[in-house]
Ligand binder design. Structure first.
Ligand code: PEP
Length: 261
């Protein structure tokens, strides 16, 4: 699969929410709006238990499936982990790697993020690598330093063609699940930095084609102004992705913003 930032990329991370029946209900509602949202790339990222059931429903549609995590080994005695082949088997095209909740509660580091990215790429699963600063880092002027380190270490040893298959989600920790959103200007500043960093490291093509998502309390009311920014190519959505109305509304706002860019 080749990635393009010519249309907005809208991904819903359902985190640890939704039983199987609830998940199927939500995806059926999203499917009803598939034509209205067809000018965007829609990805649903449910809990593992619902992956293959959802894949059965979306198989012939434009909606794509993602997972919330991955392990780097092929198989073995790793209780509780999930192998790349298992995600592939369940129909996943995408996987979130290094979400701030995994870094914060489950000890993920830039080094483990790097191993997971390499493993996903090997299995042709497109990584969505999450990066972002804490409130303290922002307030002490360390945002760029943090993001730079996450990019350098997370992408260590990955060549430009492979980097083109990686989506980056900038998610300031202070904006995740808090109701606080980075202003469009604040988000654009970091997105522009990320793109320039990718250009510097991997060349013009990789930088200009990169899909850079914003995440952190995205909702219908702020999606348009965020997505209208030059370097914001889409959104990684948590809370507002749990209801079809708000998720679909965000996709529509993103499409409008892209038309006006
Ligand atoms: C997320 O989980 O990646 C996220 C951005 O959550 P929320 O939209 O709820 O802030």
């Amino acid at each position: 699969m080749t990635l393009s930032n010519k249309k907005p990329f809208i991904a819903g991370n359902w985190k640890m929410f939704k039983t199987i029946p609830e998940a199927l209900e939500l995806v059926k509602e999203i499917l009803l709006a598939v034509e209205e949202t067809s000018s965007s790339e829609i990805v649903v990222i449910p809990p593992y238990t619902a992956l293959s059931r959802i894949q059965d429903l979306i198989r012939d549609s434009a909606i794509k499936l993602g997972a919330q995590n991955i392990f780097w080994e092929e198989e073995g005695a790793f209780t509780g982990e999930i192998a790349p082949t298992m995600l592939k088997d369940a129909g996943c095209d995408y996987v979130v790697i290094g979400h701030s909740e995994r870094r914060q509660y489950f000890g993920e580091t830039n080094a483990t993020v790097n191993k997971k990215i390499q493993s996903a790429l090997k299995h042709k699963i497109l990584p969505i690598m999450c990066i972002g600063e804490s409130l303290e880092e922002r307030e002490t002027g360390k945002t760029i330093e943090k993001v730079k380190k996450q990019i350098n270490e997370g992408l260590e040893g990955i060549n430009p063609e492979e980097v083109e298959k990686i989506i980056i989600a900038y998610e300031p920790l202070w904006a995740i699940g808090t109701g606080l959103t980075a202003s469009p200007e604040q988000a654009q500043e970091i997105h522009s930095y990320i793109r320039s960093k990718l250009t510097e490291k991997y060349g013009n093509k990789t930088g200009s084609c990169a899909i850079i998502l914003y995440g952190g309390s995205v909702k219908p009311a702020n999606a348009f102004s965020l997505l209208k920014e030059k370097d914001i190519n889409g959104a990684l959505i948590g809370g507002a992705a749990l209801k079809s109305e708000s998720f679909i509304e965000i996709a529509k706002e993103a499409i409008k913003a892209y038309e006006e860019k």
